[in-house]
Design a protein around this ligand. Structure first.
Ligand code: SAM
Length: 285
């Protein structure tokens, strides 16, 4: 059965039997290209000794591929209408657990601790596009005990997530990702690989998480406030952005910028990760 989960005629019949119709609002574009799931699973470290957390199962095409390779798969799916479908498509697997919850509200730490005891944990998913950045930031900020996050996202989101800090392509999310880990783009996926077909192409990326972060506590919170303020007015100089958004006097920012070896008129997108951290530390103190 599971090798038919990319067969369009089979999927149509399955969904019709369950009276299921796609929800655009939930970002339901299911993978129908048989080459994609094995590659995500392979790159995502789904293997013996691993527990995989999946976000958004759809009809379970990626879930099944992960369950074939890893010791355990725990998946969060918000759409209750998919539960009877999954009961059918994943009936052959005893190592899968589905949580019918909203990923933004459920206790992922508890799921990992309860389901993956003694296993190494990773995240693999074809993310619903409408919440790509919030889900990735949630996964990173919650400091879950996972080694890597391998996800399919819209191609433009992949560009941003994998951009170099200090370039025009970077954004607040680029800094967020680089603060917690190292991102790399794995492969592109064309829009024709999905049902229904979206209007954009996708790409799969992997973020390997650092064991430690450069800052913690209030310093870390200040760092992210500064980054958000800087990127919310990215065309302004950092001194202008921080004085208007955070009320920090421009002269204070100039002094800190020059101590960090930067021009007074530097914009946030021109600063390296090391410079951003140094500037945040100095401004915080
Ligand atoms: N993994 C399947 C695949 O690749 O074919 C489905 C991927 S589809 C892009 C995204 C899935 O995420 C849908 O099944 C959708 O119902 C689910 N989803 C959307 N919002 C969610 C949320 N807030 N929490 C959990 N699941 C969600």
């Amino acid at each position: 059965m599971t090798d038919r989960l990319t067969d369009i005629a089979f999927i149509r019949a399955l969904l019709e039997r369950h009276g299921f119709s796609f929800s655009k609002g939930l970002g339901q574009n299911f993978i129908v290209n048989p080459e994609i799931c094995p590659k995500i699973a392979e790159y995502g470290s789904a293997a013996p000794g691993f527990g995989v957390l999946e976000i958004g199962t759809g009809i379970g095409v990626l879930t099944a591929e992960l369950a074939r390779r890893a010791d355990r798969v725990s998946a969060v799916e918000i759409d209750t209408r998919l539960l009877p479908v999954l009961e059918e498509t994943l009936s052959g697997f005893s190592n899968v657990r589905i949580y019918n919850e909203d990923v933004m509200k459920c206790d992922l730490r508890k799921i990992i601790a309860g389901d993956f005891a003694g296993l190494r944990a990773v995240v693999c998913a074809n993310l619903p596009y409408y919440i790509t950045s919030p889900v990735i930031m949630l996964l990173l900020e919650s400091r879950l005990p996972v080694e890597s996050i391998t996800v399919m996202v819209q191609r433009e989101a992949a560009d941003r997530l994998c951009a170099q800090v200090g370039t025009r392509e970077s954004g607040a999310i680029t800094v967020g990702v680089n603060y917690y880990g190292t991102a790399r783009r794995l492969f592109n996926v064309s829009r024709g690989s999905f049902m229904p077909q979206p209007n954009v192409d996708s790409a799969v990326i992997r973020i390997d998480l650092h064991e430690e972060t450069p800052l913690s506590g209030d310093r870390e919170r200040f760092f992210f406030r500064m980054v958000k303020a800087g990127f919310s007015q990215r065309r302004k100089t950092l001194a202008n952005a921080l004085s208007s958004m955070l009320g920090i006097p421009k002269q204070v920012v100039y002094d800190v910028l020059s101590a960090a070896g930067c021009q007074e008129n530097a914009r946030i997108e021109q600063l390296s990760m090391e410079q951003l951290i140094m500037i945040a530390e100095k401004l915080y103190s």
